[in-house]
Design a protein around this ligand. Structure first.
Ligand code: ADE
Length: 223
């Protein structure tokens, strides 16, 4: 897989993808990630990437020309173009799974009030939001989405770990609480059932606790 992130802040997009599991996945050749400076496609003396809103309104918008030039240069036959925007579809594990076997993704990052709508109409396959809040720029969101996708590429998590058992693989259920050693920490004990070795009982306990946790933290998932 290849991922090209187009942003005014390539360092912000790349920093979280340069450590730990993401760094190893890139070094192992499971994914090639490039972060590009949008300004490199801007023309004119000042390489301007933003403009005032047509029709008035506060703030600035990313101009279409540099974005069109960047996408037209980078895209191939098998490319999907994503736009990071709070106006997008809320990003879910299911979307990460759908995108994990893509050959090539271009991720456009909004800034200021977003991008000229002609970009969305002509170039963008999916508008993605990572949550109902507004970030200062989409590079942070691009790193989040890239991480969620890349960790699902077979081999990215290493042999010992599997994404199968975790929250949102069942999109309607959070994971059960988990414990490690010591069995007794300041009088707080690991539940006996987890030390019992009875796999049937442990599975039933986990299912029940997962349900309780989902009811408490994410009742919307159970509706
Ligand atoms: N850019 C700014 N806020 C965002 C969000 N919530 N999701 C995706 N991109 C964004």
């Amino acid at each position: 897989m290849r991922i090209d992130i187009i942003t005014l802040f390539p360092e912000i997009a790349l920093a979280p993808l340069s450590e730990s599991i993401m760094r190893r996945a890139r070094e192992a050749g499971l994914v090639e990630v490039h972060a590009h400076q949008l300004r490199d496609w801007a023309t004119g003396k000042h390489r301007k990437t933003d403009e005032y809103l047509c029709g008035g309104g506060q703030g600035m918008l990313l101009k279409p020309e540099p974005i069109f030039a960047a996408v037209e240069e980078l895209r191939g036959d098998d490319t999907q173009v994503l736009l990071m925007t709070p106006q997008g579809i809320p990003f879910k594990q299911q979307h990460a799974q759908e995108l994990a076997d893509s050959a090539h993704l271009i991720i456009l990052c909004g800034h200021y009030e977003g991008v000229d709508h002609r970009v969305i109409e002509e170039l963008v396959d999916r508008e993605i939001s990572i949550g109902d809040y507004v970030l200062t720029n989409g590079a942070i969101a691009a790193a989040v989405v890239t991480d969620a996708i890349v960790r699902l590429i077979p081999g990215a998590l290493g042999d010992a770990r599997s994404p199968e058992d975790e929250s949102f693989t069942d999109p309607n259920m959070l994971e059960a609480p988990a414990y490690t050693k010591p069995n007794d920490f300041r009088g707080m004990k690991v539940p006996d059932v987890l030390l019992s070795g009875d796999h049937g009982k442990i599975a039933a306990w986990k299912k029940n606790k997962a349900l309780q946790r989902t009811r408490k933290n994410r009742p919307d998932l159970l509706d």
